[in-house]
Design a protein around this ligand. Structure first.
Ligand SMILES: [Zn+2]
Length: 296
C-alpha cells in the first residue's frame, strides 16, 4: 500500500501537471468508489478547476475551485495515471477525469480505495482523526517520545497506527526501525531517550530519502515517468527476508506480529538492551512466545 513518500510523490506530480486545469468530463466506472450518487458527483465536480493538492496521512486531497475537496485513498493496489487516451494503461478504470489540456487522470485498482467528495469541514474532521504528520516541524523527538511513553504494546503496530504516525505503513515502519537499529517488536514504552532520538532521526531520513528517490510503487504516473519507484532498490529490509543485511551481512529475518509481516536484522536490531533482557527474562517466554520461537 502506498505510504507517505508515495503519496507525496503523487502530490508533486499532480501539483506540477494538473494545477490550474479544469475538469471537463467525468466517467465513473465503479460508483462504489465515490461517496455520493454519480449524478451528484458529476454536478459538483465537473467544470471545477483543480486549484492545488495536499496530503492527509496516506490520502491525497484535490482542492477544487468550488471550495470543496476530493479525498482520495488508494489503499492496496490503487493507482492514478495522467496521460492521453492512447497512453492510458490497459486496465479497467474506476474513475476518469478529462482535463482541459486534453489529457485525463485515470484511476485503476480502486477495489478498496476510494475518491470522496467532501466539504472543508468534513476534510477538517478527517484530518483531526490523524496524528501529527511525521514530517511536520512540530513532530520532534520529544513529541515522538511522548507518543511511546508508557505504552506496553510493541513498536511496529504503533508505528503503523494512523492516529499516531499518519502516513507510515508496513514498509517504512520496518525501514525506520532498521535505520534506527531498534527491534520492531520492542515494547514501545521501553525505548530510552537516545533510542527515541534515533527513531526520530530515522523517521525523518527514511521518509525524506524515499520521497526524494521516487518511493517504492512501480506504477508510473505518466508515460516515460522514470522517477516513480526509484527507492525500490534502496529498501534495506522490507520484503528482503533471507538477503544479507546491508549493514552487517546477517540474513534479514521475517516474523509475523498482529497479522503483519515484520522484516528486520536480528543482529543489528537486538530484541532488547541487555539490562532489559535480564529484568524481563523470567516471564519472557510467557509474554512473547512467538518471539523466542521465531527470532533466532
Ligand atoms: Zn544487520
Amino acid at each position: 500500500m502506498p505510504e507517505l513518500p508515495e503519496m507525496e510523490i503523487y502530490r508533486s506530480h499532480l501539483e506540477r501537471n494538473c494545477t490550474g486545469q479544469t475538469i471537463t468530463q467525468i466517467e465513473i466506472g465503479r460508483p462504489k468508489s465515490i461517496n455520493v450518487g454519480v449524478r451528484e458527483f458529476k454536478q459538483a465536480v465537473q467544470s471545477a478547476t483543480l486549484t492545488g493538492f495536499s496530503r492527509a496521512g496516506k490520502a491525497l486531497v484535490f482542492h477544487l475551485s468550488t471550495g470543496n475537496v476530493l479525498l482520495n485513498h488508494l489503499m492496496l493496489g490503487g493507482a492514478v495515471f495522467y496521460g492521453t487516451k492512447d497512453e492510458a494503461p490497459q486496465r479497467t478504470f474506476q474513475v476518469t477525469f478529462w482535463l482541459d489540456q486534453g489529457r485525463a487522470l485515470w484511476w485503476t485498482g480502486l477495489r478498496l480505495g476510494w475518491l470522496h467528495l467532501l466539504t472543508p469541514a468534513e476534510l477538517a474532521s478527517y484530518r483531526a482523526d490523524l496524528g501529527l504528520d511525521p514530517l511536520d516541524e512540530h513532530f520532534t523527538t520529544a513529541y515522538l517520545a511522548s507518543l511511546l511513553q508508557g505504552r506496553r504494546g510493541k513498536l511496529k503496530p504503533l508505528l503503523v497506527d494512523q492516529q499516531l504516525f499518519p502516513g507510515i505503513g508496513n514498509c517504512y515502519s520496518d525501514e525506520i526501525c532498521w535505520t534506527a537499529r531498534i527491534h520492531p517488536l520492542r515494547i514501545a514504552g521501553s525505548l530510552k531517550t537516545d533510542e527515541c532520538e534515533r527513531l526520530w532521526q530515522a523517521t525523518q531520513s527514511v521518509l525524506t530519502d524515499a520521497t526524494a528517490r521516487g518511493g517504492y510503487t512501480e506504477t508510473p504516473f505518466h508515460k516515460g515517468d522514470q522517477f516513480t519507484g526509484g527507492y525500490l532498490p534502496h529498501l534495506k529490509v522490507y520484503d528482503r527476508n533471507g538477503e544479507p543485511c546491508p549493514r552487517c551481512g546477517t540474513p534479514i529475518a521475517l516474523v509475523e506480529a498482529s497479522n503483519r509481516k515484520v522484516f528486520f536484522c536480528p543482529a543489528c536490531q537486538p530484541e532488547a538492551t541487555p539490562e532489559i533482557s535480564i529484568a524481563t527474562s523470567a516471564r519472557k517466554s510467557e509474554a512473547e512466545p512467538f518471539l523466542s520461537a521465531d527470532v533466532k
